[in-house]
Design a binder for this molecule. Structure first.
Ligand code: EPZ
Length: 482
């Protein structure tokens, strides 16, 4: 029995490590469609990685093995699994089996956090993935202490952790910053409890991770905690509902004010099931509007991307939604017949920052001038230079605002002089995936464009999209991973 477990564990670790060490210079080679809408098919949306990551963190609150379902196979999930394993937890993908050298994967994971024997979050892994900060709350509650690295600059902005620190202090924790590491400790109690006190906390800025983390921190303990000016993202509601089903007393999740009544412990009663990924849904809806003739996006929650659907419909894209699917049908009109619009990114239910870059690619193809304001993160426009490089007319007016004129033809494949042979050779244009979502936006631009492209840093796209190239190939796109 023990041997069997060891075998499964080592297989799990191998899978995770293989993925972590996978070439960080992975590239996508893409042949553009030159504006033709020849792609078609259907896609089933995966579970939301930004909910699944938080459910993985929440498993630390349980002293028994728990099951998580509909977990996407993305690189960020692998990183979180590795962080948990390094803390001493056991993490297993269930249903993985090796058939002729090919690992077939289900989307079910089991985590046993009862074996955690460290509270030091691996600094290297944590710096590579912001979501790891959410683990600090559950570790602090369970063990009375936690250490984690202070975040540095990030490709989508500074991403400070002041709200987490203020929140912990407000609950009575001591915070020390030494050698780039935060050491947080809860007051000690005689009975081995965590000594954190109930509190009232106002988020001076709305934060998804902050809301989730302080909510999880207050779940086990004494008294009532009130969190004000909370984020309302569906991923938060999804994780909270699972905690409630496990005995947590949380009221008001999905609204601005959340009240948590601390309980002694949580009891695992039913698996956590991740909601459909609204950002994957939105990404494919935009791709569908630009490049497909017919597309059905199945197994999604259209009400989670309502603002996007309205913008696309107003723009002229033939997109409609029913309860769990989005349909793009008979999309024969050229993209230049669609109209431009202005976008401001906002917290849910506003237009999501994670769809800001794909919608900019969209706006380069439709007719008219538009303006996109990024209100959540500063500096989330690094990908613009890549779009401009292939012909887009975009001006960064300040670090939170861009202006786009469309439509523009995007062109890859440039000519390089090569005297020895025929004088000129055609070479694909190299583009860069700057982060997960900007990476998708660049792949989308390459698909609508004319010519051939190499998209570097494809491993960053893998952080948030499971097997993107396989899904696109199934629609008829010419994309391969090298
Ligand atoms: C989550 O990040 C998502 N990540 C992001 O998705 C998403 O872009 C973001 O929410 C906004 O929707 C995960 O869920 C893992 P925030 P999070 O705290 O929680 C500032 C993707 O591509 N802030 O809501 O880190 C912060 O700098 C990713 O999937 C503070 O000032 O975002 C930002 O400007 C990228 N102090 C704003 O709040 C703090 O202590 C909102 O950030 C915390 C945040």
């Amino acid at each position: 029995m023990f041997k069997d477990r060891l075998l499964i564990w080592s297989k799990t670790v191998t899978i995770v490590f293989t993925r972590m060490n996978k070439e960080t210079n992975t590239k996508f080679v893409i042949q553009g469609l030159a504006g033709a809408k020849t792609l078609k098919g259907s896609i089933r949306i995966n579970g939301a990685k930004n909910a699944a990551l938080k459910a993985m963190a929440a498993t630390v609150l349980f002293k028994e093995k728990v099951r998580l379902e509909n977990i996407p196979h993305t690189a960020d999930i692998d990183t979180m699994a590795l962080i948990l394993q390094k803390l001493g937890a056991s993490v297993e993908w269930i249903g993985d089996n090796d058939t002729n050298g090919k690992v077939m994967r289900d989307h079910i994971m089991e985590i046993d956090a009862s074996t955690i024997n460290s509270t030091d979050i691996d600094p290297k892994l944590a710096t590579g993935m912001r979501a790891s900060v959410v683990l600090t709350g559950p570790l602090l509650v369970r063990f009375g202490k936690v250490s984690f690295p202070a975040p540095g600059g990030c490709v989508i902005g500074a991403r400070p952790v002041d709200l987490f620190i203020e929140g912990y202090k407000n609950m009575g924790a001591k915070v020390e910053l030494k050698d780039g590491l935060y050491n947080i400790s809860a007051p000690k109690t005689g009975d081995g409890g965590n000594g954190l006190k109930s509190s009232e906390f106002f988020f001076h800025r709305i934060s998804v991770g902050g809301t989730e983390t302080l909510m999880m921190t207050a779940v086990i303990g004494n008294g009532k905690t009130i969190l004000k000016n909370c984020a309302k993202e569906p991923e938060i509601v999804n994780v909270a509902e699972w905690l409630i089903a496990s005995g947590a007393k949380i009221k008001g999740v999905g609204t601005e004010t959340i009240e948590i009544y601390g309980v002694k412990s949580l009891t695992y009663k039913k698996p956590y099931i991740a909601i459909p990924d609204r950002i994957e849904t939105g990404s494919f809806a935009i791709l569908g509007a630009l490049c497909t003739r017919d597309l059905i996006i199945e197994n999604c929650e259209p009400k989670h991307v309502e603002s996007l659907i309205h913008f696309l419909q107003d723009s002229g894209a033939p997109i409609s939604a029913d309860k769990n699917s989005i349909i793009i049908k008979n999309n024969v009109r050229p993209n230049c017949s669609f109209k431009s619009f202005n976008i401001e990114t906002r917290e849910f239910p506003g237009f999501p920052t994670d769809l800001q870059s794909p919608i900019v690619t969209y706006l380069t193809q439709v007719t008219g001038n538009s303006q996109v304001d990024e209100n959540i993160f500063e500096g989330r426009f690094k990908y613009i230079e890549d779009l401009v490089k292939i012909g887009a007319k975009i001006k960064i007016t300040n670090e939170r605002e861009v202006k786009i004129s469309g439509p523009t033809e995007l062109v890859g494949t440039s000519q390089k002089s090569d005297d020895k042979i025929s004088g000129k050779t055609l070479v694909p244009v190299e583009l860069l995936a700057h982060d997960i979502r900007a990476g998708f936006a660049i792949v989308l631009a390459a698909l609508v464009a004319k010519g051939e492209f190499v998209v570097r840093n494809a491993h960053l796209i893998d952080r948030g999209y499971e097997k993107l190239e396989e899904k696109l190939t199934a629609f008829g796109a010419k994309i391969k991973r090298v």
